[in-house]
Design a protein around this ligand. Structure first.
Ligand code: AMP
Ligand code: MG
Length: 394
């Protein structure tokens, strides 16, 4: 059996970043920058006032004559001479000749006669042209996942369009005679297909575009017919039919379409059965049918693949240390991923509560979890207060 780390390395080994596309900045949230972002204009575009008040000459005295007004979007056209000032508002362009702003709270105005309470030092309350950034300056680098704050910056850089890496197109195929669509009649003893919706949500959350290939019946023809529809995608995910006995069905059907298997067993719990290989150029990841196993395998394999394809680094999830709230038994022969809940304690440390039951079919528990505790193979028993590595899920 492969270790999780070996399997992750194999899955990522020949996976390359997808090409780029141009999108409107308004549509770029969560996308990954493909090229350096360079400012088309300086910010601010001119010297502007940071306050409401009067634009003055720092060298002048306290008694001034107001000769006009400058408001945001409506600059004063003239020049401020000796003994003169201009009424100014936040964001308005500093008039030629003026070099300081006296805030209105410290000024007495009687008509055009303006009296400052104190001299205004040079440059006071003035935002210089390009103080934030200048035209031609590169501010964001490729590989950055764009946040709402980045969107504001790109807009201020006067960039309406931006090159981002393409979203991975991922086809999702569930397998099983016992499955029904949520809301449809359930075969006797069967259950609703939760994996397809879960995986499509994961793909969306992790930056991909999901395509639902539906549910294949547990027979060769149905599997082949459904799997064919993955043509044109960047990745095919199947769930179910990979455990011992069932495994060959999915593998044989995919083999008829050119699939060659890389591996199909990993030393992990939940989720030992995991199939990986290629159908021509198309990578195929066969996840276990048990929903919790499918989810944990998706976190450990699908998410890194999507990150690599989008050009995000690092591709693999990084564990963080958290303090155990309850003891844990020694680890077994497979690396375990225990469903758990993390919370930040009053002193700011991260505390982790293992979920009481660890059943790979229990979705109620999975839903209540927001982290996985990573238990290495043969880990020693741990007591409350010990620090253990966890993978946060949100
Ligand atoms: P399998 O790997 O096909 O043997 O499935 C293992 C377990 O997972 C069985 O109890 C299946 O009913 C269940 N299962 C398989 N596929 C799904 C699915 N798409 N949604 C929910 N449960 C599933
Ligand atoms: Mg099955």
């Amino acid at each position: 059996m492969l270790s999780v780390e070996e399997a992750q390395a194999l899955v990522l080994s020949d996976l390359t970043q997808l090409g780029s596309e141009t999108v409107a900045v308004s549509q770029a949230l969560g996308r990954v920058l493909a090229q350096p972002a360079t400012a088309r204009t300086s910010h601010p575009t001119a010297d502007v006032s940071a306050m409401d008040g009067w634009a003055v000459r720092a060298a002048d005295g306290l008694n001034l004559n107001q000769i006009g007004e400058s408001s945001a979007g409506h600059p004063f056209k003239g020049t401020v001479g000796k003994g003169q000032c201009v009424r100014i508002f936040t964001g308005a362009v500093m008039p030629t000749g003026a070099d300081s702003v006296a805030i209105q709270e410290e000024v007495r105005a009687e008509g055009a006669a303006i009296t400052l309470a104190a001299p205004a030092p040079l440059g006071q309350h003035v935002r210089k042209r390009g103080q934030d950034f200048t035209q031609g300056q590169t501010l964001l680098s490729p590989g950055r996942r764009l946040s709402s704050r980045d969107i504001a910056l790109l807009a201020a850089m006067n960039l309406p369009w931006i090159a981002v890496n393409r979203r991975p197109r991922v086809a999702v195929l569930s397998t099983g005679d016992e499955l029904a669509l949520p809301g449809e009649p359930i075969p006797e003893g069967g259950l609703p297909n939760s994996n397809s919706l879960m995986l499509m949500a994961c793909i969306q959350e992790w930056g991909g575009e999901a395509f639902d290939l539906g549910i294949a019946r547990d027979d060769f023809d149905s599997l082949v017919a459904k799997a064919k529809s993955a043509t044109g995608c960047d990745l095919l995910i199947t769930t179910g039919g990979v455990s011992v006995g069932a495994y060959d069905k999915v593998k044989d059907a995919l083999a008829a379409l050119g699939f060659s298997a890389g591996f199909h067993k990993i030393a992990m719990k939940p989720g030992k059965p995991l199939m990986f290989g290629h159908m021509g150029n198309l990578p195929v990841l066969g996840l276990p049918g048990n929903p919790v196993s499918a989810y944990v395998s998706a976190v450990l394999f699908l998410k890194p693949m999507l990150r690599r394809m989008q050009g995000l680094s690092p591709a693999l999830p990084l564990p963080v240390p958290a303090m155990l709230a309850a003891p844990l038994p020694p680890g077994g022969g497979r690396q375990e991923y225990l469903r758990a809940h993390i919370e930040t304690a009053q002193d700011g440390t991260l505390a982790v509560h293992p979920c009481p039951a660890q059943d790979s079919a229990m979705l109620s528990e999975l839903s209540s979890a927001n982290a996985l505790i990573l238990r290495p193979i043969k880990a020693a028993a741990a007591k409350a207060g010990d620090h253990v590595p966890v993978l946060p899920l949100d």
